[in-house]
Each structure stands twice: as C-alpha cells, then as structure tokens.
Design a protein around this ligand. Sequence first.
Ligand code: FES
Length: 101
Amino acid sequence: MSQITITVNHHTFVGNTQQSLLEQMEYLGLQPEFHCRDGVCGACRCKLNGGEVMKKNALAYISVGEILTCTATPVTNVLLKFDYQLSLAEKSHKSKLCFLN
Ligand code: FES
C-alpha cells in the first residue's frame, strides 16, 4: 500500500492508494456528502484540482474536472475541492488524523 497525501479544501492528510477517497475521508473523521456509495447519485462529487485517481465505472453525471469520491481511488497525491465546508464527525478518529498542515 503506497502512502500519498490527500489535500481536502486546503487541509492535507496522509492517505493510501487502496481505498476510495470517500472511505479515507470518513476514516479521517471528515463528513463529505454521500448517498449511494456506488457512483449513481452524484452526491459525493468534488473537483479534482491536482493528482490522478483510478475511477470505477459510474452512472452519475459529473462535470469536467470533477470526480466521484466513492468510486475514485488516488494513484498519486491528490488535491480535492468541495464547494462546501466539511465537518469532523463527533466521534472522529482524531488519533488517526494526521494533518500535515
Ligand atoms: S455516493 Fe452516490 S455517487 Fe458517490
């Protein structure tokens, strides 16, 4: 499992190249919007402003430059931008959080 960084709305975390971005953000205690977790609803979309991801087939409509975090797994360091502020879960895995900035 390769270690990469995931930058979400200007905060950088340690991530990996095995799990979807949605799973990794949830593990970190972030609460991105989602519904189907299978590339259908589009609720988990965000802008990919840097880096590369591996995408599974998905049905949801996304614009150029957007990804579905439930079906995207980072291949390199990634820079994500959500149009809304992500909050931390009340029972976040703060011990697992590894802010790099
Ligand atoms: S949660 Fe529905 S497309 Fe990602």
